[in-house]
Design a binder for this molecule. Sequence first.
Ligand code: CP
Length: 315
Amino acid sequence: MSSLKRKDLLDIQSISVDEIRLICNSAKYFKEVFTRSIKKVPVLRGKTVCTIFYEPSTRTRLSFDLAAKRLSADLIHMNISMSSVVKGESLIDTVHTLEAMKADYIVIRHGASLAPHFLSKNIKASVINAGDGFHSHPTQALLDTYSILEMKGTLEGLHIGIIGDIKHSRVARSDIEAFKKMGAKVTICGPPTLVPDEFKGFGVDISYSLDELLPQLDVINMLRMQRERQKGSLFPSIREYTRNFSLTLNRLRNSKPDIIIMHPGPVNRGIEVENAVADLPNAIINEQVTNGVAVRMAIFYLLAGGVPLEELNEE
Ligand code: CP
């Protein structure tokens, strides 16, 4: 594959295994840039990136901002709460305003599913989905895939568990698609109220017992309990949830010794994972953040028409 021949990056569904491999291979080269004293390359000099987040974010927003800066782009971040959005300006008018300022990339997080897809059809700039509603978080899935490849060399034949609040998770939906495309077996696990039957259509196995599932797993991805999205009582209490689904040192005694522990963040320590577990050497939560910058650099580079970096090195 020579390059990403697309304007936008909207979801995992629409990208191929070859494209996922190309992004991950390119991210490896960009990660090497972080080891240099000057962590910057001139790939996007003269290009303008605009990040607009209608929902809160730490990791995704800062890593897109940093990725753009490390590629030497001009960066504008739009602060929604201090913008004309609070005066009622629509999404499309807001983005047309950014286009009028010649933004080349619009990175958007929005509470409405498919908002980035709507924009992509209506503007010339490249649209990158930084999370839309419950629907999709493709760059998280790509950095999670990259992180597993870095640790295990392949996803082919691995058994990956995704645990917790699957129902409200765009990360779960995108991770499932990416991990399955790359050849992994995926089991989702949590209380029945947070693991809806509709997920059977995603080609995953379903488990309601972490203790039964854990010994089989090569990788475990603990999801955040999204209490801000939960309506009504979906489990008896946090204590009950923690007793059955928190990843504890005690539970991990029954896991494979080389299991990789992941979490997209932000972590509710003591709920999804016991405090001590988040700091184990095989917990790669902070490495996922580092990889997120490299993967997002690779995405900017490839959407700009960049060729595979190994081809450049061969010249
Ligand atoms: N993983 C993730 O999307 O985190 P943020 O909400 O902090 O961006």
